[in-house]
Design a protein around this ligand. Sequence first.
Ligand code: MG
Length: 374
Amino acid sequence: MSDHRIQTLKVHRISIPAKAVHSHGSGDVGSINVAILEMITDTGITGWGEASPWPVFTGTAEGNAAALHIHLRPHIIGQDPVQVEKIMNTADKVVVGHPEAKAALEMALLDITGQITGLSVSELVGGRMRESIGMSFSVANPDFDADMDDIAAMWQDGVRIFKFKTGFAGHKFDLMRCEKIRETYGGEADIRIDYNQGLPAYDAVRCIRDLEAFRPTFVEQPVKMHEREALAHISHAIDTPIMADESVFDPKGALYGAQIRIADIFSLKIMKSGGIRRALEVAAIARAAGIEVYGGCMFETGLAHAAGTHLMAAVPDLLLECEFYMATYYASDDILTAPFPAKNGRVHVPTGPGLGVKVDPEMLTKYAVEPPLV
Ligand code: MG
């Protein structure tokens, strides 16, 4: 038991415009729409959390704000913030789904617990295996010339990992883009492919075999999230490693995925698993099954990215790096008081207590879509 109790919760819904529309096998995105949780203790400590849904993938910002404001609030106010599992276990019982709201809740609890103990979130969940992580940028602009300009700028910044979002404008367009980047940057570019469920299962193996000529490091989620057995079949048929993203959310999904050997890699996302600790459970199942993990994200601000770095810092082995590029290269602005720490193609795990980043309240006002829910 600590001497601290949660006294105030504020839920801020915000929308930050993107620098450019990004297209995916499952739709276009032009802004970052999230719910930010501000949690304050009776001792004056503030913790921050973020729910970053994607409606075609997980849930909605409105639904997550309501889950936090209406349904979870009575189970949070008055609680001891360091009793993280107790509060998260209750959250799982009183609200089904809404993993992004639960991720925001856990983020704020760990942020406060870190400030109380003087430890960073990665240390609270097991310790730091690394201080920085390589960063992948997602190439997803329907205007490929604009993307090539972005890639050139990022190459200058030291970024070498590029993930092509495919399956939204036809197979020929996908082949042309992979060919172009191999021609321009040669073998030094680490190319990955993400279909975001955009391939029809019946023809997926043939399409992926065509793209294998460009030596992608992995191919992500070619088919629909519920087509799990088809995904397992594709993974068996294709030499290039296949990654499950939409098909594996949480520990239960990871267990089934491991049983049918759904893929060679799982994308870990705190917004899918419902927090950092549940994502580490997914990583543990993957590790036991000989499945690699990767640090994925949704359309997030630097706040959720910071939480993601703490997760990926705590993963025992990490070969495939992460994609926490949104705050630096996609959003037109961020909500943090200092820029999200990304440089030389790497994101750096914040070192201060808790999440190690702070939200600027003025940014929450600037990008608010409605008054805070208090
Ligand atoms: Mg993905």
